[in-house]
Each structure stands twice: as C-alpha cells, then as structure tokens.
Design a protein. Structure first.
Length: 71
C-alpha cells in the first residue's frame, strides 16, 4: 500500500498493520530459509510497507507537516 493510503487509516489501524506485517515478515524469512516460499520479492515489499508505517508513525510523533497537508 502507498503512504497516501496509509495516511487515510487511523493510528490504531496502522499500529495493528505494523504488528501483523512484522509477523508476516518473520514467517516469510523462515520460509525463504527453508525454501518453502516461492516469491522472494514479497519479503522486500512487506519490509517497505513496515518502513512506510514506521515513518508515518514518526511523522505523527513529531507533528511534521506533509506536502499533502499544505495543499
């Protein structure tokens, strides 16, 4: 999901998504190590989603104005 879509979600939904994606990335990492997973690109996509969510969380913490807020 893109950052714009994540911004539309509530903070609680984003926190829940971080926890869910963290669990997924751990399981996927294990599956990749045991060669059970077929698509290794999913690992990168999930990690990027987690990074986006953590960035949004930090922006909210610091109360940073985003370019979308200025319009």
């Amino acid at each position: 999901m893109k950052a714009k879509e994540w911004r539309e979600k509530s903070e609680g939904e984003r926190d829940k998504a971080i926890a869910e994606l963290s669990g997924k990335v751990g399981k996927l990492r294990f599956d990749l190590a045991t060669r059970e997973a077929k698509n290794s690109g999913d690992h990168k996509k999930i990690r990027k989603d987690i990074a986006r969510l953590l960035t949004l969380q930090r922006e909210a913490e610091l109360a940073i104005d985003t370019p979308e807020d200025k319009q």
